[in-house]
Every structure is written in C-alpha cells, then in structure tokens.
Write a new protein. Structure first.
Length: 731
C-alpha cells in the first residue's frame, strides 16, 4: 500500500512548468521510488524540486534530508537551485558526494570510528607515496609488486567492502599483496590518515557495528535522495541501505542506459536490487527530452533497444525531427580529420561558435590526428577531462629518451627517464649525481658517465639506443626506442585495475609512431631533431584553447553530462568503437552500446558519424570495417555524405562498392580481381623489410596510393603492408 501524505502539499507553484511524469515524480507519496531519467529529461530539476516540495509541504525539515551526488559540482548546483526555490538557509543541509558525506559523519564520530579528531585525507598521490614508503620498510620488490598496482588492489577491495583479512588469496603472490594491504591499513591507522576509499568503508563499518549511531541517522534522515544511481558501486549501495533501514524513503534517480563506468566498479545491477530490496512500486520514466531533435533521439532509441536486461524507456521530444545524422566514410584517418576541419569551418561560417562543437572519440590515442589537423588549420581547442597528446605522461617519457639521445646535455630529459621505467636508481643516487655535476660544473650526463653501478648501465642503454638507431628512418627509430627503453614492457606488465589505463598509454605510444610516420611524409626535414621541434611547437600552440571560443575534444566517457549544438563521433570502426577489449568480455558489448548511446545524446541539433577505411597503427596502415553500431541505426535517419566505398575484411577479401550511397558497407564478398601494378609485386615473391626481415608475398590488392601486399615473414608472421609506406625491397 502506498504511504499517503497526512496533509497533501499545497505549494503548486513548484510544480508549474513540469511535464506530467516530472510532476508525478516530484509529488510522489512518501515511499521509495526509482526515477528512470533519460538523457536531457530534466533529472536535476526533478531531484531539486522533489527536495523543495518535501520541505515546503512540511513533510520533512531541511535537516531530515540526505541528498547524495557523484561530483562536488552537482552538489553545488543542487544547493544553488534550492536556494533560489526556497527562503531557507541550505548551509546546514546534508547535500554532497558519498566521500564528502562520509567524511562529515566520521568527523562527528571520530572516537567511535577509531580515528583522531584531526585525521587527514590522502589524495591519490599521497596514497601512492604512503604505499611506496611501506613497501620499502617491508622490503617488497617493487618490480614484482608495482606500487601503483598495489594502490588499485587496495582501493578496489575497499570499494567491494573487503578488509585485508576478508580478501581470498589462493596463491603466494596474492597472499603477499594481502600482507601489503594489511600493512598499509596499519600504517594509516598509526599515522591518523585515511584515503578516499577508506572514508566510505570506515563509515559503513561505523554504521554497521554501532547501533546507536545507525539508529540516530536513520531517525534523522527520513528521505534519502540519490543522483546518478546507476553509477553506484556495491559498497555505496550497502551504505545507502544501512541509512535507509526498514522505514525510510529512498528516492533514486538514474538511467541504466547511461551506465558506462563498470571499469570503476559501478554496478548497474544495483537498480534491480533496489526494486527488490525496497519493494519499489513506483518506477517513473522521464522520457521527454528537452535537448535533442527527434531524429537524434530516434537513432539513440533504435541503438539501445539492442541491449539486454534493460528496464526500458523511449526518449521523445515535442520538437521537430530536425536534420538526419550525417555519415562520412573517409579513406584514411587523416582524411577523416581533414573532413571534420572543413565541416567546422563551414559551421563557423554559419554562425555556430566553436565552444558549441564537440569531437568525441572512444580512445584518447585518436586525438593525435585530430589535434594535428586542428593546429594546422589554426582552430582553437581544449581537451576536456584530459591532456593534449604531446602533454601526456607516456609521450613525454618517450620524447625524453629521444631528446637525450639527440642531446646528452639535456638535464631535464635525463632526470625524467633515469629511473623510468624503474631500474633501481633511487632518489639518493640522483641527488649524488646532481651534487657531482654541480661541483665539477658539468652536465648530469657527464657526471653519470663517471658514475658506476646502475647509473652506468643507464648511460650504456642510451648509448646503445643511439648506436642501434643511427641509420634507421624516423618511425623505426621511434619503434626501436619504445621497445628497448622498456617503456612498452612497463605498460604491458601492468595488471589489475591499472591494466585499462596502461592499455590507453600503449595506444598513445603506438600513435607516436604514427605521428612520426606522418611527419616523414609531410615535412621537408624528416630528422629526429626536426620531429622533436615539431612536437614541442605543437604542444605549445593554442594552449588550453587560448580563447573563450574553443572546440571541445574528449573521450565519450568524459562527455557524459554535457551537451553541444554539434557533435562529431569519430573513429566508428569495429574494434575501435565498439572497442575490441570490450567485445571480448562478457557484457562488454552492451556497455559499449550504452557508451554509444551517451555519445549520440550529447548532440542538440547536428550529429556527424565518421569512420575511416584505414588508419595508421604502429607506423603501418591498418584496414578496418565500419562499426556494427552503424548497422543498428535506421537507414532513413542517416544522410550519407560519401558513396559507399569497398568494404574490406581484415584479411584478404572485400566487397565491391555498390552504386547506392544510402548505407554502410560491412565486409563480406569475394576476393578482388588482380589490381593494376601487380607485375611489380607478385604473389610468391620474396621481399625484405627493415623491421620484420625476410618474407614471402601471399596477397596483393589495391592500386596507386591504396596498394598493399600481404607478406608472411619468417619471424614476424603474416602482415598487411601499405606499399606507399612499407619500403619493401625484392630479395
């Protein structure tokens, strides 16, 4: 039975302007509910108006409400809106993030939580330093147990609600990690500090074991409201359940179709658990969208309908259908970027501000080609929620090796890489090196050349890199340095939660090889010095956009919660978006589709979907197929700006181009006829490649700039190579 109001609220002015579903959510009876709020459906307005409605009706005092958000920005916006709605002081209200509210609770009950009153909070950097210090004291091999991996191991278990004693360890390696976790907890307790994950776990434990405190907060917070509920992890949901108890009202707002943070521990299944645990009778769907034109919403609805286990909703708008989605198939990733630049110039001419345009991509590494095109065109841009390509840590590390090889007097480059990847050269050794250089008035390199031990080995590494790459072309210099410096192996060996981030760093390093390859073909001077100069200049131009009106570049993950007049979704190729890593994991394709749904619903008026037949991968041309997501969009909603190109499979067959320009090509078909120019390179011919060695041609296709051959190398296996770049020689 629904719990009815004793005195029905009369403040109808708060309800003015709400649509029927929004109004139904705001004036719900006092019982737990789930509000399925689609993209652009006004969820923040509903959440804040619900709080105002509860207070103005007298159902609860301002101090009887707990509102939980995921970001401080969202919490501040909620407080600002409430202040405008109600003539009350909102300062004392409990509105904040999970971490902020837990901190507040622990401060009030520090003795019961076994914490000093002045306990300090470790940020991510402080936590990593604390772990390194502990591991040194425990004499732990930091190459076998990388400190950053330990940081993710500890935080990941805490977010699952597991102390070290509760973590299952079936092998010696994991048992040692558990010992480090236990030692870290003991060290933090001695020093009176907590990390972010500890805030929530310690608060949950406090409420679990202390009935008096738990009952106090259950009695106080009769109404608990949660924003972005689909992003809660298991421990956050358990904390909410403790506070709600058996009688309080949990009002959860979220969208299962926008659950895209599984890699951070978010569990979209919490929505189903909420329905069961709280016997939720009210599931209200906010489906009217106030952001996008109809065609964009119809495309998003069609796409997401392919997902399983949805709670289900269908976005609609009172506005017109608007423009069709514009689809562009480029020959290469460089052509894709050039097309985007041309369209942006046209949009500017039409009066659209740059800040109203967003370029979205699945992987950070994709930004490099786009950034290069934008810099060349003189268009200001910002990388939202991330760093520009040449400012990224792994790129700076790689360039530091190249800078030191080119100029051993570069002390900054030496300091950056002398112990990265870790090679046992500690802070004290570096201090001694700096002291010796100062005393002898020399560079650090000269001092290092006179040193012994591991410093001497580092000098030898740089010398060997210089010697081995002296006669190589620029892309192969890059490739050799990445491999033999240990950078690639360092990121490949990351495990656990760090593995995903390391995968992105490896993609960026691969993209650096592509940048070098492109530079060779574009620049008159293709020397290493010229490339390093180019990288520095490109990193320094248009810093942070340098103007108010600047394009936004970002991953789709970073775009959640934002909206723009025009959106370009780039790199829509199978294996890139959806990403191959997700395709190969259970539930991964559904999450990728949710990510695409988020991307589509960022656009208000105009939406571009672009992809390329080929893009550079590790200095070689890689051929791909159009994303399967394009096939899931209704044809009548798409306007193809290019005729259908021949769709190539990943290996040696393709489907001839059709005359129709209305739909994408997705592979299949018979093997092609022998192309013109095959007389130069023929099947069965033995060839030599400077990197892969000797091999035999097993396939030939294409012509002119698109000509490529498949070569079976003795040691490197079978590879497709673009003849324009491969520089093969006949044997």
């Amino acid at each position: 039975m629904p719990i009815l109001w004793d005195n029905p609220p009369m403040n109808s002015s708060l309800l003015s302007g709400l649509n029927p579903e929004q109004r139904a959510a705001v004036d719900l009876p006092a019982q737990s509910a789930l509000i399925l709020a689609g993209a652009g459906s006004g969820k923040t307005r509903v959440l804040t108006t619900r709080i105002a409605w509860l207070i103005s009706s007298g159902a609860v005092s301002p101090h009887g409400i707990l509102a939980v958000t995921f970001t401080n920005k969202a919490a501040k916006e909620m407080v600002t809106r409430l202040s405008a709605m109600l003539p009350i002081n909102t300062r004392g209200m409990w509105i904040g993030t999970f971490h902020g509210l837990c901190n507040r609770m622990l401060r009030a009950h520090h003795r019961e939580a076994n914490l000093p009153q002045t306990f300090q909070i470790l940020d991510s950097g402080d936590q990593l330093s604390a772990i390194k210090r502990l591991m040194k004291a425990m004499d732990v091999d930091d190459e076998k147990y990388p400190p950053r991996e330990m940081q993710f191991f500890i935080s990941g278990n805490k977010e699952q609600g597991l102390r070290a004693s509760e973590v299952e360890a079936y092998d010696p390696y994991t048992r040692r990690k558990v010992e480090i976790y236990a030692g870290y907890d003991a060290q933090c307790q001695r020093e009176g500090v907590v990390d972010f994950s500890e805030l929530l776990l310690r608060c949950y434990e406090l409420l679990s074991r202390n009935a008096a405190i738990r009952e106090h907060y259950q009695e106080r917070f009769r109404h608990i409201l949660v924003d972005e509920f689909q992003d809660t992890n298991p421990l956050q949901y358990r904390w909410l359940k403790l506070l709600a108890g058996r009688h309080n009202v949990l009002f959860a707002v979220g969208d299962d179709d926008q659950s895209i943070y599984a890699f951070r521990g978010a569990n979209v299944g919490n929505m189903q658990e909420l329905l069961r645990d709280f016997h939720v009778e009210n599931v209200i769907k906010l489906e009217q969208n106030y952001r996008s034109h109809g065609n964009i919403l119809d495309a998003a609805n069609a796409l997401i309908s392919n997902n399983r286990n949805r709670l289900g909703k269908n976005l609609w708008t009172a506005e017109s259908g608007g423009e069709q989605l514009r689809v562009y198939e480029a020959a290469t990733d460089v052509d894709e970027a050039a097309f985007i630049v041309d369209e942006i110039r046209q949009l500017k001419y039409e009066g659209v501000n740059l800040k109203e345009i967003a370029l979205l991509y699945r992987s950070n590494a994709q930004s490099r080609v786009l950034e290069h095109a934008l810099v060349s065109a003189g268009l200001s841009y910002r990388v939202y929620g991330g760093l520009r390509f040449f400012e990224r840590q792994e790129i700076k590390h790689a360039l530091a090796y190249l800078r030191l090889m080119e100029n051993t007097d570069d002390d900054n480059a030496l300091l950056r890489i002398i112990n990265f990847p870790t090679r046992g050269i500690g802070a004290r050794s570096i201090e001694q090196l700096q002291e010796a250089a100062k005393q002898n008035n020399t560079t650090l390199w000269d001092a290092a050349a006179r040193a012994g031990g591991k410093v001497s080995a580092f000098v030898g590494l740089i010398e060997s890199l210089r010697s081995a790459t002296r006669e190589l072309p620029l892309p192969e210099i890059m490739d050799h340095v990445l491999e033999h410096s240990g950078l690639v192996a360092h990121y490949q060996n990351e495990t656990g939660a760090k593995k995903r981030e390391s995968g992105e760093r490896l993609e960026n390093l691969n993209e650096l090889v592509n940048a070098a390859t492109l530079f060779v073909h574009e620049a008159e001077d293709d020397s290493l010095t010229a490339f390093l100069t180019h990288a520095s200049l490109e990193a320094g131009e248009h810093q942070a956009g340098d103007s108010e009106d600047a394009l936004h570049l970002m991953t789709v993950h970073a775009a959640k919660g934002l909206e723009f007049h025009t959106v370009f979704i780039t790199g829509l190729e199978q294996g890139l978006f959806p990403h191959q890593n997700s395709i190969d994991t259970e539930g991964g394709l559904d999450e990728e589709r949710r990510l695409m749904y988020v991307a589509l619903t960022r656009a208000r008026r105009r939406l571009y979907l672009t992809f390329a037949q080929s893009r550079m991968l590790h200095g070689q041309v890689s051929y791909g197929m159009a994303s399967s997501f394009l096939r899931e969009l209704p044809e009548e909603l798409l306007h193809w700006l290019t005729p259908r190109f021949a769709a190539r499979k990943r290996h040696d067959s393709y489907q001839p181009a059709a005359a129709s320009a209305s739909a994408p090509s997705f592979g299949g078909g018979a093997a092609p006829a022998r192309p013109e120019g095959e007389g130069l390179w023929r099947i069965g011919q033995r060839v030599f490649h400077q990197k892969f060695g000797e091999g035999t041609i097993t396939g030939v296709e294409g012509g002119g700039a698109d000509a490529r051959v498949q070569v079976n190398f003795k040691h490197a296996g079978s590879k497709w190579l673009a003849l324009e770049y491969a520089k093969l020689t006949a044997v």
